[in-house]
Design a protein around this ligand. Structure first.
Ligand SMILES: Cc1cc2nc3c(=O)[nH]c(=O)nc-3n(C[C@H](O)[C@H](O)[C@H](O)COP(=O)(O)OP(=O)(O)OC[C@H]3O[C@@H](n4cnc5c(N)ncnc54)[C@H](O)[C@@H]3O)c2cc1C
Length: 580
């Protein structure tokens, strides 16, 4: 095959990813320097656009609230694994960023007096756990869509340069410094080399490693995997959140906002089973607890008709609330299940939803080369691909949208400020060589395995052994399976040899990322012999603070994943037993 055309660019800052984190970073950085955004999707198709329920901030618009209560809930929800200085920064700044978004034109729902309206969400309470509080600011069930549209408009106004449908393949890291990146242009098949003083990764999550997931097809952890292959460790990979209410059989999300508005979960006998698991917060307990409760109900034969689902009951909310505050959800349920939520029960099951783990960063979104204290000059990460860590072992609903805008903005600001005193980094001799190689390996063999088959097996393994409940033997079996899939991946052959819009090639690249991240996840999960947040080991059912109140760091060394650990930063709230 002829070598691909290489096109070169130079920008002060390049942001990879055009979801909420990437756009917020671009907007902020563009106030002081030349910024490009490289995104494999057209910006407003990013997964942020599907976020339904809302963005949490203690505005106290409808009842008393404070950022300290928000901080307490986030720390408790995280099962005490979150770094409390990061949580404090997030909960304090949440208030300001929500007002900033409002001033940029985001059409939030309103109270009768015209203030931003707020609703309840799982794990968010008043007075340090006494009762649920209305903290989630929302725009019907389209909050993420509105955030994305608002930020994109602002970026256009700021003249940010967009490279839409460009796929990150490699980061250029020389002498401990990031010098830019290489991306594949999907429309032409050309390679584009970006020389930059700094790069911010905002490539989102990787729920596609599981069979049942709420995540878009594109959430394959590209930024995390590319940095991991370049020697950056990944933090807390064993913690992956399952959201309790995915549409049965499909995994498409029914927002927690449905329970925030008063929806109730019922087992096959019609019982409100959360009364037994979380007597105070009931259906608004954190997601890890509810997902486990659903699995236990099903296991004890109390699923609906002996099947592996339960019901979400919205009937008592009435047509006005359902159509007015949850219109998209009502539509999904009618379209995909033929069920009318105004009159009928909605079948739901837990669905893989959110990666708590990711690239370790400082509070200014600088990626930590050693995972602990040494920033990798010129490399930043924000949003779901980063682990700052504000979510610890389990994220509360509405806290990702806060995370992406707060830390996207912090990263963008730090990048722009640091640039003035930075020289241009030296470029490696043949910057595109590794990316050429990667593509060449997938497109040269005359015959070989299909990526689709390997991906299906990967998703099944992760679902069977690395999902809501885990056990040592199952994790070992998963690792054996993953190892054989990784070997088979070496023999994948992309049959389509077209340069333009080669989606088969893109899918094969994405499978490679997923395999690496699944591997790190399973290794970290096997090592952690306790249960905390979303990581629930049936063979080690208790949380073990004496041995495991620490973050994991997984790094790639000579084709093995090595683990190291670092302490959790605790400032205000010492670990306690987590009851709701
Ligand atoms: C269905 C659903 C509902 C949700 N609801 C809520 C909610 O109500 N409240 C809440 O707080 N959280 C919610 N979440 C979680 C939250 O929406 C996400 O965690 C968050 O939006 C992630 O934002 P991000 O900017 O990090 O990444 P994303 O929005 O996922 O964007 C990732 C970007 O990276 C780009 N990218 C990826 N790989 C490459 C590559 N190789 N090359 C170039 N570009 C690349 C993509 O093009 C995209 O622009 C929800 C999630 C889902 C799936």
């Amino acid at each position: 095959m002829a070598p691909r055309t290489v096109v070169r660019h130079q920008f002060d800052a390049v942001i990879v990813g055009a979801g909420g984190a990437g756009l917020m970073a671009a907007l902020e950085a563009s106030k002081r320097c030349r910024v490009a955004v490289v995104s494999k999707l057209y910006p407003t198709r990013s997964h942020t656009g599907t976020a339904q329920g809302g963005i949490g901030a203690a505005l106290a618009n409808v009842e008393p609230d404070s950022w300290e209560w928000h901080m307490f809930d986030t720390v408790k929800g995280s099962d005490y694994l979150a770094d409390q200085d990061a949580v404090e920064a997030m909960c304090r700044e949440a208030v300001e960023v929500v007002y900033d978004l409002e001033h940029m034109g985001l059409p939030f729902n309103r109270t009768p007096e015209g203030k931003i309206d707020q609703r309840r969400f799982g794990g968010h309470t008043k007075e340090f756990g006494k009762a649920p509080v209305r903290r989630s600011c929302y725009a019907a069930d389209r909050t993420g869509h509105m955030i994305l549209q608002t930020l994109y408009q602002q970026c256009i106004k700021q003249q940010v340069t967009f490279f839409d449908e460009y796929h990150l393949l490699d980061l250029l890291i020389e002498h401990g410094r990031c010098a830019g990146l290489v991306a594949l242009c999907l429309a032409t098949g050309e390679l584009h080399v970006f020389h930059a003083k700094s790069v911010l990764l905002a490539t989102g999550g990787f729920g596609r490693m599981f069979k049942v997931t709420s995540n878009a097809y594109t959430l394959t952890g590209d930024g995390c995997a590319v940095a991991f292959r370049r020697g950056v460790p990944l933090q807390d990979m064993e913690f992956f959140q399952f959201h309790p209410t995915g549409i049965y059989g499909l995994g498409i999300l029914v927002t927690e906002g449905a329970r925030g508005e008063g929806g109730v979960l019922r087992n096959g006998r019609g019982e409100r089973f959360m009364e037994r698991y979380a007597p105070t917060l009931l259906d608004l307990a954190p997601r890890d607890m509810i997902s486990r409760a659903i699995y236990l109900e099903i296991r004890d034969g109390r699923g609906v008709d002996g099947k592996d689902y339960v019901h979400l009951d919205l009937r008592h909310l009435g047509r006005d609330v359902i159509e007015g505050k949850l219109p998209d959800i009502a539509d999904f349920v009618r379209t995909y299940l033929g069920v009318d939520p105004v009159k009928e029960l909605v079948p739901v099951q837990p669905t893989a939803h959110y990666a708590m783990g990711g690239l370790p960063t400082t509070l200014e979104a600088q990626v930590l080369a050693d995972g602990v204290s040494r920033p990798l000059i010129g490399l930043y990460a924000a949003g779901e691909c980063a682990c700052v860590s504000v979510h610890g072992a389990n994220r509360l609903g509405t806290n990702s949208l806060v995370d992406i805008v707060v830390f996207g903005r912090r990263g963008g600001r730090h990048m722009a400020n640091a640039l003035a005193s930075m020289d241009w980094p030296t470029m490696p001799a043949a910057p595109e060589a590794r990316a050429q190689d990667l593509i060449g390996r997938l497109t040269s063999p005359a015959s070989g395995e299909s990526a689709a088959q390997i991906r299906a097996e990967l998703q099944q393994i992760m679902m069977d052994h690395v999902s809501v409940f885990r056990v040592g033997d199952g994790l070992k079996e998963a690792l054996g399976g993953l190892s054989s899939l990784r070997s088979r991946y070496q023999h994948v052959a992309v049959r389509d040899r077209a340069l333009q819009f080669n989606v088969e090639l893109e899918e094969a690249l994405e499978l490679g990322y997923l395999l690496d991240l699944a591997w790190a996840t399973a290794v970290a999960a096997l090592a952690r012999t306790e249960s905390r947040g979303a990581h629930s080991r049936e063979d080690f059912p208790k949380r073990d603070d004496a041995n495991w109140l620490k973050h994991s760091l997984a790094s790639l060394h000579d084709d093995t994943v090595a683990l190291a650990y670092k302490p959790v930063r605790i400032t205000k709230f010492p670990p306690k037993e987590r009851t709701y």
